[in-house]
Design a binder for this molecule. Structure first.
Ligand code: HEM
Length: 490
């Protein structure tokens, strides 16, 4: 005989199974958007983690550009995801004050310290004005151009010649990573760690920086309580992240200390030293907040801003060009004409097109301060988390038309042969509104110098069957790098 308690338990179990069945049938017949009881969409997200950006793009297409995501109960992983340009315009420009990076972002991006990326309100305004005054000068552009050209002539060119002569396959992404690491060190710290060399040296600080960035993505992919527990226990990914950050911080603090010593020995700061650390120490001299922590945070943020973004942009660009011979031929035609950089319209279009399809920063994270209604009709409440998928925006048919998945530099060129201007809330790869990327012009200078040099002198052949897919990181790098063979053009 069954006891009364057993009957009640059996009845409850049947009821739960029945409700679960109805819930699944009613809510999400679409497996792409499956929302499970208790655990929400986390299993669906995790099972699509390997191709998360394409998954979000497809899911958003079915939800007309904006959808909710539901995390497990009590984890605070709920919010909105959008690729609707009107929502982006609203959040990034029209009602900018209501959409902050917020405390959650600050927590996830803890290694960034109090730098520009995580800052909001007055702190952000201060950093923005400071970096604007440093970057947006013709002398700084010339300084960057000189450093990039020297690195091309003295390091990249001999390396590619060597690889060509030896017939060695090389990971082009690794080459760009090393190139850009040396550049950003020279620009920010005034010293070159020479990580780009024929013997591909292991440079500990460069590796540590790569790892720190990779592990930040991990914090996005698991409930907050899990990574926080791991951080507290110092285990798993959090342990590795703490070690990587410690190593990279040591490198930054040592660079700051040696710069201070150098400057104190010289007794006064030389006007000719143009690296950003020296300029900051000179211009902000005597201000109380300009201590080593402030300099570390500013330097760290600039490394993130300017290193992997350009690596990612160039890697996808070279893959697209190598797999689209007609585009390559048109770029070469333009290069032969030896135009000034600003007149390289076709190359500019090809770079924009590549940045559209593979935005180096594939998503953005915002948090609402007050209640608001988005142009798409979705309500947001204080604290609502909103993800902008820049990747999905670049592949949105409504913005780019039916051929949105095709690599067509021509879409950036007007009938009069000029670069077509596309508003930043549609072409979001450099962000939009008051927080638009401060390094956009500098990036084009560097990318054009490198692309022109490589394409003019070498043929880049992607190794047959090399797997190409995005890595799980906050920057859209290639998971397995880009294995290529280099052949001389002459
Ligand atoms: C192809 C290269 C680049 C791309 C696609 C790119 C893209 C972006 C994006 C999407 C943001 C917004 C990030 C966020 O708010 O979470 C951003 C911000 C920023 N970028 Fe870039 N970036 C590039 C290169 C650079 C370079 C070379 C520098 C300078 C060294 C730079 C400096 C900055 C700064 C300082 C910000 C913060 C702006 C603010 O919050 O007000 N970027 N960039």
């Amino acid at each position: 005989m069954l006891s009364y308690a057993q009957v009640v338990i059996a009845g409850l179990a049947v009821l739960i199974l029945f409700l679960f069945h109805c819930y699944q049938r009613r809510c999400y017949k679409d497996p792409l958007l499956k929302n499970w009881p208790i655990v929400g969409m986390l299993p669906t997200g995790l099972s699509n983690l390997g191709q998360i950006h394409d998954y979000i793009t497809q899911a958003l297409q079915r939800k007309e550009g904006t959808g909710s995501f539901v995390g497990p109960w009590f984890t605070g992983m709920n919010g909105l995801v959008t690729c609707d340009p009107m929502n982006v315009h609203h959040m990034m420009s029209k009602n900018f004050a209501n959409y902050k990076k917020g405390p959650e972002f600050h927590e996830i991006f803890e290694p960034f310290g109090e730098g520009i990326f995580t800052a909001d309100s007055d702190t952000w305004k201060y950093h923005r004005a400071l970096l604007h005054s440093l970057f947006k000068t013709p002398s700084f552009e010339k300084f960057l151009e000189k450093i990039v050209r020297e690195k091309v002539d003295f390091c990249l060119s001999p390396l590619l010649d060597h690889l060509e002569r030896q017939g060695i396959e090389v990971d082009l992404q690794d080459v760009f990573n090393r190139f850009n690491f040396d550049i950003i060190c020279s620009v920010v710290l005034g010293s070159d760690p020479k990580s780009l060399a024929v013997d591909f040296p292991k440079v500990a600080c460069e590796r540590a920086f790569n790892e720190a960035e990779e592990f930040i993505f991990y914090r996005y992919s698991v409930p907050r309580c899990i990574w926080k527990l791991q951080r507290w226990l110092r285990v798993g990914a959090e342990k590795k992240m703490a070690e990587a950050c410690q190593l990279f911080d040591q490198f930054l603090y040592e660079s700051i200390a040696s710069k201070r010593e150098e400057l104190s020995k010289n007794n006064e700061m030389k006007e000719t030293d143009e690296d950003l650390l020296t300029t900051l120490m000179r211009e902000e001299q005597g201000k109380e907040h300009v201590n080593d922590k402030f300099l570390r945070d500013t330097a760290f943020n600039l490394f993130v801003a300017g290193r992997d973004t350009i690596t990612s942009a160039l890697t996808w660009f070279f893959w697209l060009v190598a797999t689209h011979p007609s585009v390559e031929a048109k770029i070469l035609e333009e290069i032969k004409e030896e135009k000034e950089m600003k007149n390289q319209v076709y190359l500019h279009g090809a770079l924009c097109e590549s940045l559209r399809l593979f935005p180096p920063i594939p998503f953005e994270h915002k948090q609402a301060t007050k209640h608001d209604s988005l142009p798409s009709g979705h309500e947001v409440y204080p604290g609502t988390m909103i993800f902008l998928s820049l990747y999905a925006m670049g592949r949105c048919e409504k913005i780019w038309g039916k051929d949105c998945l095709q690599f067509k530099p021509e879409r950036w060129i007007s009938e009069r042969g000029r670069v077509v201007h596309i508003p930043s809330y549609k072409f979001t790869s450099f962000n939009a509104g008051p927080r638009t990327c401060l390094g956009k012009d500098l990036s084009f200078i560097q990318m054009k110098i490198m692309a022109t040099f490589i394409l003019k002198n070498y043929q880049v052949h992607v190794v047959k069957d090399h797997p190409v897919s995005p890595a799980l990181s906050i920057v859209l790098l290639m998971k397995c790098g880009l294995k290529v063979r280099i052949m001389s053009r002459c």
